[in-house]
Write a protein that binds this ligand. Structure first.
Ligand code: UDP
Length: 250
């Protein structure tokens, strides 16, 4: 019989999620996916019904797939339609962005057309600091300015980020989708590096393979409409292809 995990205090509230301590389990947290959508550092807000559920479902499916592929993540199990149980990690304050095709901030900053093919997969770091709007940082800055507690984790993070990208490119490709770019966060659990946070259409760019129709948060950021429809389309295509993981994993 599955254990009853009860919410303790709120540890953190972000733009798309709340993180609660689990009562009586020092090493576990509950992630609650909110229906809110935000963009442009919180200056634009919106929501749609069950958005939290859609993002939780996508994220949970991704974690289950990665587990099968021997990637360590903080995911433990689903709790209900909007919540998942995860390990409580010590978050490394970096947003790790992988780009397979150029879009968004880097395309804008360098004046290069979105969708441009990238010769070699790009990995970028952004320093997690809300009050600074998470600025881009170089590896040199991370090391010299001691932006993370232990610089020795940087190489394993890079290696793991590229590996996760390979797995996820395949995962989306099989469902008729293209993973253009995405953001990851890593944490330490008992001195082991694990993928943390979540991966959902809020933190990825996902285009339909055949039509190049954009299905991710850019629809909201850029007022293109059909946000709910697009998120649900990603969910449905992924379930059609990978739904069997849900039957075999809690
Ligand atoms: N991203 C994210 N959170 C952030 C910034 C970026 O999840 O705070 C994701 C974003 O959805 C995209 C990728 O990281 O999939 C690259 O984002 P980019 O640097 O292009 O920034 P944007 O212009 O999207 O803010």
């Amino acid at each position: 019989m599955s254990e009853n995990f009860k919410r303790g205090g709120l540890l953190y509230e972000g733009k798309g999620k709340k993180v609660f301590q689990v009562l009586g389990h020092e090493n576990k947290v509950l992630l609650l996916f909110k229906d809110d959508l935000t963009a442009h550092q919180g200056r634009k807000t919106g929501s749609f019904p069950k958005k939290g559920e859609v993002c939780k479902n996508i994220s949970s499916l991704i974690f289950k797939y990665l587990k099968k592929e021997d990637i360590s993540t903080h995911f433990i199990q689903d709790i209900n339609s909007q919540e998942m149980l995860c390990l409580k990690t010590e978050i490394i304050p970096l947003e790790v962005v992988i780009r397979n095709q150029l879009a968004g901030s880097t395309a804008n900053r360098l004046g290069i057309k979105e969708g441009t093919e990238i010769k070699k997969t790009l990995l970028e770091f952004y320093y997690k600091k809300d009050e600074l709007d998470d600025p881009f940082v170089s590896e040199g800055q991370i090391e010299s300015l001691k932006l993370i507690p232990d610089f020795n984790w940087l190489e394993p993070i890079k290696k793991q980020a590229f590996l996760i990208n390979k797995k996820l490119q395949f995962f989306f490709e099989k469902a008729g989708l293209k993973l253009i770019d995405f953001k990851m966060e890593f944490g330490l659990f008992k001195d082991k590096l694990v993928l943390a946070d979540d991966i959902s259409p809020d933190s990825c760019r996902i285009w339909e393979n055949q039509t190049e129709e954009r299905l991710d948060k850019d629809r909201f950021r850029r007022d293109w409409g059909k946000v709910e429809e697009s998120y649900k389309k990603i969910e449905s295509l992924l379930y059609q292809q990978w739904g069997h993981f849900l039957k075999n994993n809690s």
